[in-house]
Write a protein that binds this ligand. Structure first.
Ligand SMILES: Nc1ncnc2c1ncn2[C@@H]1O[C@H](COP(=O)(O)OP(=O)(O)OP(=O)(O)O)[C@@H](O)[C@H]1O
Length: 491
């Protein structure tokens, strides 16, 4: 009988040699690195704990999930530990990088269908596993689909994942507002009845479109527009005319995922049996296609960063600092929102200036998608102002400001809950609420607001508790499978 000894990765920064930067998230930098005692190349995500002290729960969840999961399509952390003011998460090095990076560097118009089918099948296998384990990933997107040098595909980033067993009871729906707006399911935005693993199916459908076009639908729009368009418009989809290069089965797969009523979306298990996946190839196909000829990840990352910096300078000249910063957020995939009403106003008013094009695909595909995918229940959700968004490329500034006014007004009759969700989650200041007029103020006292305020006050209580206990961020420590907040420095 053989006893397999799992490799033990050291939990001391001194045992790792950091090489070049290969990625950047909102609060973390990812490096290629060498684990010296094991002589193995790894990726290390370094999170500055002082920068993200409001989201320790999220970090704890991510690390916890990453060390517990065990599936070939889910990125598993080797280990994690704290070093000075940062948390180091040691992971397998995925030399191909994320699908988003690959598209940005070599496939700006998206991938071919067999590549998409191969990628999506692997992601779906990860989702089947995660859902069966009671996890909702909550951030499925091309930026979180990583590929290694052999073409193996892994779903990464559990920064916002949720465990349906969190409370000990099997809890099927969640009530918190997390994720990335373009990929976020309508029910997650709406906050009406909570949501469940079907939210991942929506994000999976959006990711399919992202891989097909090189960008997610609505990705050029500011957060509030994304929010309203997702809630009010018919779901985006592949257009039967314009997306001629894609098969009927791909169009059907996307349409099946992007149904607003989560109950009508298939489970990940069912989706895996969809005939679209007959187009999928063995994953080494990815090495021969999209990875072939790509420069090392570090070089690509450097080039993309330089490109973004160039764009930054160009835009600075054209629009000034503030607007440009907003645009930068969109380019980065809207990972973090700076939710401030004044910012949103300027973003909404300027978006078409720097965008230069409206997102035609959503307009084109809408009627068909609607007829096909939805019952009449969503028709009433669509106030007339939506049309104005689609014509904004040609509209004047005055029109845009009037759109914005309409947008604010529409929120009185339309779900106030998304706003509440944003208020709770992104700390809209009281001044911002006042500036927006009575509608904005009123909603801050609704029942849902209390729910969200509870969430933020829970954060405050936690901070208070930590202060009382004399705990601080440098004392975050990680037990084998659990990140704990506590005193002492023994690991
Ligand atoms: N194990 C890995 N191997 C290679 N590259 C990686 C690895 N993990 C992450 N990356 C790269 O680093 C980037 C940033 O990763 P990270 O998980 O911090 O954030 P993200 O999902 O992009 O951002 P956010 O913090 O906004 O969710 C990824 O998009 C990917 O390109």
């Amino acid at each position: 009988m053989y006893i397999l000894h799992e490799k033990r990765f050291p939990v001391d920064a001194k045992d790792y040699k950091l090489y070049e930067e290969v990625g950047e998230g909102v609060s973390a930098t990812v490096y290629r690195a060498l684990c010296v005692p094991l002589n193995e190349i790894v990726a290390i995500k370094v999170l500055d704990l002082e920068k993200c002290n409001n989201d320790l729960d999220g970090i704890r969840r991510e690390v916890q999930t990453m060390t517990l999961i065990d599936h070939s399509n889910v990125l598993r952390a080797h280990c994690s530990f704290t070093s000075d003011h940062s948390l180091w998460v040691v992971m397998p090095y995925m030399a191909g990088g994320s699908c988003l990076h690959i598209m940005k560097s070599a496939y700006p118009e998206g991938f071919e269908e067999p590549v998409i089918a191969t990628l999506l099948r692997e992601v779906l296998k990860a989702l089947v596993y995660l859902h069966s384990q009671g996890h909702i990933h909550r951030d499925v997107k091309a930026g979180n689909i990583l590929i290694d040098s052999n073409g193996a595909v892994k779903l990464a980033d559990f920064g916002v994942s949720a465990c349906m067993f969190d409370t000990g009871d099997r809890q099927r729906s969640r009530n918190t507002f997390v994720g990335t707006p373009c990929w976020m399911a309508p029910e997650v935005m709406q906050q009406l009845h909570g949501y469940d693993f079907k939210a991942d199916i929506w994000s999976f459908g959006i990711t399919a479109l992202e891989l097909a076009h090189g960008h997610a639908p609505f990705s050029k729009y500011p957060p509030m527009k994304v929010l309203l368009m997702t809630l009010q418009n018919a779901p985006p989809g592949l257009d039967y005319e314009r997306d001629k290069r894609f098969s009927k089965s791909f169009k059907e797969l996307v349409a099946a995922c992007l149904v607003k009523d989560p109950k009508k979306r298939p489970t990940s298990e069912k989706l895996l049996k969809h005939h679209f996946f007959k187009h999928a190839r063995p994953y080494d196909y990815l090495t021969r296609t999209i990875l072939d000829g790509l420069r090392p990840l570090g070089d690509r990352f450097k080039m993309l960063k330089a490109k973004e910096a160039d764009l930054l300078v160009q835009n600075k000249g054209l629009y000034g600092d503030k607007e440009h910063l907003s645009q930068q957020e969109y380019i980065r995939g809207i990972s973090a929102w700076n939710f401030n009403l004044e910012d949103l106003k300027s973003q909404a008013a300027l978006i078409d200036d720097f965008d230069g094009c409206s997102n035609i695909e959503e307009t084109d595909s809408k009627p068909k998608q609607k007829d096909k995918d939805e019952g009449s229940d969503f028709a009433s959700e669509r106030p007339p102002l939506v049309g104005a968004y689609h014509s904004t490329a040609a509209s004047s500034k005055e029109d845009e400001l009037s759109d914005l006014h309409n947008m604010e007004n529409s929120l009185a009759s339309f779900p106030t809950l998304p706003l509440q969700a944003l208020k709770g989650y992104f700390d809209v200041g009281e001044d911002d609420v006042n500036a927006a007029g009575p509608n904005w103020k009123d909603v801050s006292h609704s029942a849902s607001a209390q729910h969200l305020q509870l969430q933020s006050s829970a954060g405050a209580e936690e901070q208070e508790r930590r202060k009382d206990n004399g705990e601080n961020l440098k004392e975050v420590r990680l037990c084998p499978n659990l990140l704990l907040l506590g005193k002492g420095k023994n690991f």
